[in-house]
Ligand binder design. Structure first.
Ligand SMILES: [Zn+2]
Length: 63
């Protein structure tokens, strides 16, 4: 299992690869800040992310 850290808020996810029988285009988004964690296009390999560490303090305030 791979770890991925959201580039926007710093929350940590464990990423799991799954295989679909059909090609699909989709994304996995950060549940904290909606940043795209993983995206794929017309692929039978998809991903699921499980939130491990929620880090909202790293969010930058809007200017
Ligand atoms: Zn995030």
């Amino acid at each position: 299992m791979d770890k991925i850290i959201c580039s926007k808020c710093g929350s940590e996810y464990s990423i799991r690869k799954i295989h679909y029988p059909v090609r699909d285009t989709d994304t996995v988004d950060c549940v904290v800040c909606d940043e795209v964690l993983k995206s794929w296009r017309k692929s039978t390999t998809a991903y699921t992310a499980k939130l491990e560490v929620r880090r909202v303090n790293h969010l930058k305030p809007p200017k």
